[in-house]
Design a protein around this ligand. Structure first.
Ligand code: UD1
Ligand code: CA
Length: 459
């Protein structure tokens, strides 16, 4: 049977104390709801319905950025009258002859593996609920099983007597049922309970009345089913997710000096023998070759780093493509559009933006290179600036193979520096410089013999 997913995301999230709607609060820089959606699509859900309430426009706009072409349908629940009421809003959208899995926008770490197990253990024609045993079950709906282990009832804390409150197996909220059963039974539930809410959990009692077995599928790890209501819980899940991501890198063979001090907000593909020092942050999609070494405190975003390259401490890379055996940093800033060949060197306090640099070229210190095409084996001296912006437009600098740019030169674009050209230190180059020649714009040095320095006048 095909699968539909309903994600409940209408809660206000008051305890977040934030203007951002709760389900957009980020984990690893991605909205919690996006994590749940991603998992849903990995389950091959034919349709995903999100029940939203507060901040609906912001939620839709943000989520559609992540999943521009996904089969997501949005249903508003304008008043939050309970989980049963929330699912009821989605009933018209369910496809015929499907099963419906109910997930939560604020339970972000539920895994694909657990959900697949759940989908297999519960057969079509049955109802299922994911449960967990908690050392302190206070506040949760309790799972009441009969002697055969069938779930008979879920009783909310506020409706429970003493005996039922002693049960330590609780409802995670995640449920699975034939869509047709939901469509027939949910409209009949009432709100005559301690909270005056329409409880989704009444589905369990109704299923039993119709002799539909209710399978309780227990997860071992409470983290997977933990909900997020405040920033403390958000921070806790962030650390747990980061631990999972670090573990994954370790199992793939990376050396992490301290797995608790790496943050991955996106993905990192690695080759063999990569070494990552402390406090490195990865964002977006990144790809590292073999034997890449990354020093402490680097920020690496949407970048490709070739094998045997070393990125030294405190470097920041954004949308950069770096060849093999390059030497970057410390304190290098590689901005979008930076493309380096092999064995290139970008040293301390060098900023690059939208440049190509050929094999073996170097800019070792204190330089800005923007909108430039730099050949192979070029040496760019300290303090070189490409003046690429005239206040209105950007212009290009082209530097040929084997050129040597003396220190403290300004290259005023558009300008070409020929192959093998030498630019004398301190030059301001605004016209093309010929191949294999020395070009220098520096004023001639003079010496005044017997020069007297001014003296202070006596008062
Ligand atoms: C619910 C369960 C409880 C379970 C607990 C697990 C019911 C009646 N109770 O209780 O058995 O142990 O979750 O955390 O289902 N929501 C809406 N619209 C609503 C109400 C809720 O979208 O009208 C969403 C919330 O945003 C939240 C989720 O449903 O993501 C659960 O709602 P919440 O009020 O937190 O449920 P609990 O009372 O904790
Ligand atoms: Ca509630």
């Amino acid at each position: 049977m095909d699968l539909n997913v309903v994600i409940l995301a209408a809660g206000k999230g008051t305890r977040m104390k934030s203007r951002l709607p709760k389900v957009l609060q980020p984990l690893a820089k991605k909205p919690m709801l996006a994590h749940v959606l991603e998992t849903s699509f990995r389950l091959d859900a034919h349709k995903v319905i999100v029940v939203y309430g507060h901040g609906g426009d912001a939620v839709q706009a943000e989520i559609e950025r992540y999943f521009p072409d996904a089969p997501i349908e949005w249903v508003e629940q304008s008043e939050q009258l309970g989980t049963g009421h929330a699912v009821k809003q989605a009933l018209n959208h369910l496809q015929t002859n499907t099963r419906t899995l109910i997930l939560y926008g604020d339970v972000p770490l539920i895994s694909e593996a657990t959900l697949n197990r759940f989908l297999n253990e519960v057969q079509p024609g049955e109802c299922g609920v994911i449960t967990v045993k908690l050392p302190d079950p206070t506040g949760y709906g309790r799972i009441v099983r009969d002697h055969a282990g069938v779930v008979r009832e879920i009783v909310e804390e506020k409706d429970a007597g003493k005996e039922i409150r002693k049960i330590d197996e609780v409802n995670t909220g995640i449920m699975l049922a034939d869509s047709i059963d939901l469509q027939q039974w949910l409209p009949t539930i009432e709100n005559t309970n301690a909270q005056g809410e329409y409880y989704l959990t009444d589905l369990v009692r109704i299923s039993n009345e119709h002799e539909v077995p209710v399978i309780g599928c227990r997860v071992k790890d409470p983290i997977e089913v933990e909900g997020v209501n405040d920033k403390r819980q958000l921070a806790k899940l962030e650390r747990l997710l980061q631990k999972q991501l670090a573990d994954k890198l370790l199992l793939q063979g990376a050396t992490l000096v301290d797995p608790a001090r790496i943050d991955i907000r996106g993905s990192v593909d690695i080759g063999q023998d990569c070494f990552i020092d402390i406090n490195t942050v990865f964002e977006g999609k990144n790809c590292l070759g073999d034997n890449v070494r990354i020093g402490p405190n680097c920020v690496i975003e949407n970048s490709v780093i070739g094998s045997d390259t070393i990125i030294k401490a405190n470097s920041v890379l954004e949308n950069a493509v770096i060849g093999e055996a390059c030497d970057i940093g410390p304190y290098a800033r590689l901005r979008p559009g930076t493309k380096l060949g092999n064995q290139a060197k970008i040293g301390n306090f060098v900023e690059t933006k939208n440049i190509q640099m050929g094999d073996g070229s170097k800019a070792n210190h204190l330089t800005y290179l923007g909108d430039s095409e730099i050949g192979e084996q070029v040496n760019i001296g300290a303090g070189t600036i490409t003046c690429n912006y005239d206040g209105a437009n950007k212009h290009k600098t082209v530097i040929g193979d084997n050129a040597f740019i003396g220190s403290n030169s300004s290259l005023v674009a558009p300008v070409n520096i020929g192959q093998g050209a030498t630019i004398g230190a301190g030059s301001t180059i605004s016209k093309d410089a010929r191949d294999n020649a020395l070009t220098v714009t520096r004023a001639k040095q003079i010496t005044v013999d017997g020069w007297q320095r001014p003296q202070k006048q006596p008062k």
